[in-house]
Ligand binder design. Structure first.
Ligand code: SF4
Length: 388
């Protein structure tokens, strides 16, 4: 009983949206637990020795030591891949939980259902884009301006939508190219004013830096997720069908970095860039960019066949990214997202809490399932209509 306990060195426990996540920071495997197990993890973070931990569980639950022991060992059995017990002190992973998190997170029973209300809302602001990416799955429109009946041109409707939000913790603006939306400043400002949630924008950069400068100066965006497929200008420009993409993205990254705003990188892996993963991760390490999402190009939209990776190449990407995640986890975190045949990402629970609103007001789940339209409807009405 005098042994020591903690999460393994490669493990991080944190509160995200309304749940507690235990994550292997090397492999990106994760496990979601409810309030009950979260509370024991919280106590593990406060008590290194098992005997003291049991005593504390007994005291806080007001139960005898034998029962407290029982609870602890059941938890250890459940989390055996993530917890370490040793006779000696050892280097622990991080448990970043506080008492407020435990109050807010869902119980185990609740976790098995979709959230009552989406916790993440993604706004596809427009189809309009100045690039012509060979792998674009949205079939972005490059020759016209903004859609005439674009849902987000009506600020009153958007305001009603933002006002309706309940426990939304993340808003994401995407497209097309969201920075081209004529109301981008108003939309960002509205979301920032009316909610405490994190606001991110996914962009491939634009030549006119004024708009980004304004968003940064007014602190309207919390995180810029730049789409950067390579650090070689030729590869980026070729894949995006534009001679200026690389310099546009580089200028935008510099501006946002100088403003001290969080940056993430999204990289679409194709046959043209999958051998450059190392360089992209190195770039993120050097520029203190904490997260890189690698996505495998999909057979969708106008993606050309010759760009699609075969199984062997995907396996190579998985191994490379895993190896880099281990090597660089203190600096940056590369993550590979691969979809299954139902269009869901492996190891992902976004289906239960993420809602996508498109430029025409239609609403989808993150696997593309159509749920309805916001014309005359509230988000809650549309969300309630689907059952998993
Ligand atoms: S920048 Fe995005 S929306 Fe525009 S063409 Fe490329 S993938 Fe499509």
């Amino acid at each position: 009983m005098n042994s020591y306990i903690g999460v393994k060195e490669n493990v991080k426990v944190f509160f995200y949206q309304d749940r507690i996540i235990i994550k292997n920071i090397y492999s990106d495997a994760y496990f979601i637990v409810g309030k009950e197990v979260g509370f024991i993890l919280y106590l593990i973070s406060k008590n290194k020795r098992i005997d003291e931990l049991i005593e504390n569980i007994g005291y806080l639950y007001d139960i005898p030591v034998s029962k407290a022991k029982d609870i602890l060992f059941k938890t250890i059995e459940l989390l055996k891949d993530y917890i370490k017990i040793s006779d000696k002190e050892f280097k622990r992973g991080e448990i970043l939980l506080d008492f407020e998190d435990l109050k807010l997170c869902r119980t185990f029973k609740d976790l098995k259902q979709k959230s009552e209300y989406p916790t993440e809302i993604v706004l596809y602001l427009t189809k309009h884009c100045i690039r012509n990416c060979l792998y674009c799955k949205e079939k972005a429109v490059t020759d016209n301006g903004i859609e005439k009946d674009n849902f987000f041109l009506d600020i009153d409707r958007l305001e009603a939508l933002v006002n309706e939000q309940r426990n939304v913790t993340d808003w994401v603006l995407t497209g097309g190219e969201p920075l081209l939306h004529p109301n981008i400043i108003q939309i960002s400002g509205l979301i920032k004013r009316r909610s405490n949630a994190k606001l991110s924008i996914a962009t491939k950069g634009v030549p006119d830096l004024q708009i980004i400068k304004l968003l940064c100066d007014e602190s309207l965006i919390d995180c810029f997720c730049f789409s950067l497929d390579s650090i070689q200008p030729d590869t980026v420009n070729y894949l995006s069908g534009s001679e200026t993409t690389f310099s546009d993205i580089s200028n935008c990254i510099k501006l946002v970095k100088d403003a001290g705003i969080e940056i993430n990188i999204n990289t679409v892996l194709t046959t043209k860039n999958y051998l450059q993963i190392n360089d992209i991760v190195e770039f993120c390490k050097t520029n203190q960019i904490p997260k890189i999402n690698f996505l495998v190009a999909e057979e969708k939209g106008r993606c050309r066949d010759f760009l699609l990776l075969n199984n062997e190449q995907i396996l190579f990407c998985k191994e490379t990214i895993k190896e880099l995640a281990i090597r660089y986890h203190q600096y940056t975190m590369p993550v590979l997202k691969v979809k299954d045949k139902f269009n869901n990402c492996y190891n992902c629970s976004n289906l239960y809490n993420r809602l996508i609103i498109k430029y025409d007001g239609s609403v989808e789940l993150c696997n593309g399932k159509y749920l309805g339209n916001l014309d005359g409807n509230t988000i809650k009405n549309v969300w309630d209509k689907f059952a998993l």
